[in-house]
Design a protein around this ligand. Structure first.
Ligand SMILES: Cc1cc2nc3c(=O)[nH]c(=O)nc-3n(C[C@H](O)[C@H](O)[C@H](O)COP(=O)(O)OP(=O)(O)OC[C@H]3O[C@@H](n4cnc5c(N)ncnc54)[C@H](O)[C@@H]3O)c2cc1C
Length: 354
């Protein structure tokens, strides 16, 4: 009998599995051919401690040490830019993200393609980092295997029953004492299969385009750029520039793809702020950011059945929160006192939604 059966081979499932594998047998079931195929393989890979609602910021802060100690972060920086008619939004974003205002001339020195005719305000945070997301995923999977656990792909869970213990049908049938629901956009679907009430997860599509280097510049040391009100962002990636329209359109769980019209409008918002026109999109994709109704993560046992543990609603913060979120999931699943502050544990608990 497996102690902890984890459904979902993204960052939520693998991080929780790695923590739990030190305390009992763990098996991770992933429906797709590869780990991190959905949201976890499509993120912008940014760590910004101040980004997100208070309970997310608490998880970010509690995750920082793990990322730094294991050398997963590379300094990136975050620059906020706004037009002259966006002054109020600029001030709001600046205070929420704890950024420092800089002159447009300083902004241009960091990012020479910014358009001084449209960029009226700029702010900078040096506390934003690129996360080596592939290595984080693979290292968590390696920890599970090193602790004699299994990480299995092509195991789509289609039926869940309970008869004293859980019986979970995928390509094979698994028996487990505890289920961890880390199914991302499909978390409510998995709950329903298990006879557990859903929590109202909404997957929201976010598209991304990869552009050739603008104006032939070396973008390696540019900060990530964010349009005021999160209306677009641009981030250097392997010598190219990723640009996202930053949409959050609600959709059904599916293998997401970019919406051409949304992408075109987002690229136009980016293009307005730079002097280098978008002449070609090399490739594009989209991923689903899945949110609970109050926009923060859902971590811990379900009040109706303690042997069904949630790790869902990671939204746009699943990587930066993973070290602390997985520790909390493991603490609660093992019945240990959490390290995180009690108010934050309640703000992340399933019971707040019931
Ligand atoms: C464009 C974009 C940019 C982002 N940028 C950032 C960022 O900069 N920083 C950050 O921290 N986060 C970012 N995120 C958010 C982050 O990617 C997600 O929060 C995180 O990947 C969610 O992880 P997950 O494991 O919950 O979901 P997923 O990675 O989607 O994993 C869930 C897995 O469950 C599997 N599954 C579902 N149903 C079943 C079933 N029945 N049986 C078996 N397996 C099943 C799925 O196949 C899937 O692989 C971004 C997301 C997007 C889309």
């Amino acid at each position: 009998m497996i102690n902890f059966l984890i459904i979902g081979g993204g960052i939520a499932g693998l991080s929780a599995g790695a923590r739990l594998s030190e305390h009992g047998s763990v098996t991770v079931l992933e429906a797709e051919d590869a780990l991190g195929y959905h949201a976890s393989g499509r993120s912008a890979a940014l760590f910004e401690e101040g980004y997100g609602p208070p309970s997310v910021v608490a998880l970010n802060k509690a995750s920082a040490e793990f990322f730094f100690t294991n050398d997963y972060l590379t300094p990136r920086g975050l620059m906020l830019v706004a037009k002259s008619d966006q002054a109020d939004q600029f001030r709001k974003d600046l205070s929420e993200l704890g950024m420092a205002e800089i002159s447009v001339a300083d902004a241009l020195e960091r990012v020479p393609v910014l358009n001084p005719e449209t960029v009226a305000y700029a702010a900078l945070s040096e506390g934003a980092y690129d996360i080596d997301t592939d290595r984080v995923l693979q290292d968590f999977a390696r920890t599970i295997r090193a602790n004699a656990g299994s990480v299995l792909t092509r195991q789509k869970v289609t039926r869940i029953r309970k008869d004293g213990h859980w019986l979970v049908e995928a390509a094979e049938v698994f028996q487990a004492r505890t289920i961890v629901n880390a199914a991302g956009a499909w978390a409510d679907e998995v709950a329903r299969m298990a006879g557990i009430a859903p929590i109202g997860i909404t997957p929201r599509r976010r598209s991304m385009a990869r552009l050739p280097t603008p104006g032939g510049h070396d973008v390696k040391n540019w900060p990530m750029m964010l349009g005021a009100g999160e209306t677009w962002y641009a981030k250097p990636d392997a010598g190219k520039l990723l640009v996202s329209p930053s949409e959050a359109d609600p959709v059904e769980p599916h293998d997401a793809y970019a919406d051409d019209m949304v992408l075109a409008k987002g690229l136009a918002r980016y293009e307005e702020m730079v002097t280098s026109p978008v002449t070609r999109v090399e490739t594009n994709w989209a991923g689903l950011r899945s949110f609970a109704p109050d926009g923060t993560l859902v971590l811990g046992p379900d009040p109706s059945d303690e042997s069904f543990v949630w790790s869902a609603g990671q939204g746009g913060y699943g990587f930066q929160t993973a070290p602390a979120a997985s520790r909390l999931v493991a603490d609660l699943a093992l019945g240990r006192a959490p390290e995180l502050d009690a108010a934050m544990v309640s703000a992340l608990a399933v019971s707040r939604l019931r």
